[in-house]
Ligand binder design. Structure first.
Ligand code: IDP
Ligand code: MG
Length: 136
């Protein structure tokens, strides 16, 4: 059965820099994902390291954390039926070169690191990631 879920979207620095926020949100809303809350902010390297802790053993971890803290990002709580998998499909594959046609990363991503958007990959991580940015 379908269920209403929340997931976290991040519009990454490469996309904020190119003012793609509104275009990306239009794709989300057109696909029945509701923007429940959003804010623009910049995070520190330490915060990026905490956010991406699951990737700490990967060779690209340091670059990834430098990148996410390199400029303003927009964080968005999305809500809808099966929001987690639905938004993952709308984002497309991690590498924009491999992303399916008309996905956000295929349309806007520049490279595997500058791939314009983040999306939670599970219910558990969605809760953690929403808390990370929105719990005060
Ligand atoms: P996802 O964003 O599609 O969930 P993950 O495997 O969770 O992909 O990786 C997190 C982020 O780390 C990716 O969005 C991408 O920016 C970066 N990344 C993943 N794999 C590589 C790589 O092989 N080289 C450089 N950066 C990578
Ligand atoms: Mg991921």
């Amino acid at each position: 059965m379908n269920k209403t879920e929340q997931t976290l979207s991040i519009i990454k620095p490469d996309a904020v820099e190119r003012n793609l926020g509104e275009d990306i949100k239009k794709i989300l809303v057109n696909n029945n994902l509701l923007v429940k809350d959003s804010k623009k902010l910049r995070i520190s390297k330490d915060e990026a390291e905490e956010f991406y802790r699951v990737h700490q053993s990967k060779p690209f971890y340091n670059d990834l954390c430098n990148y996410l803290s390199s400029g303003p990002i927009e964080v968005i709580i999305l809500e809808g039926e099966d929001a987690i998998i639905k938004y993952r499909r709308l984002m497309g594959a991690t590498d924009p070169k491999k992303a399916e046609k008309n996905t956000i990363r295929q349309l806007y991503g520049l490279s595997i690191d500058k791939n314009s958007v983040h999306g939670s990959d599970s219910l558990e991580n969605a809760k953690k990631e929403i808390d990370f940015f929105f719990k005060d």
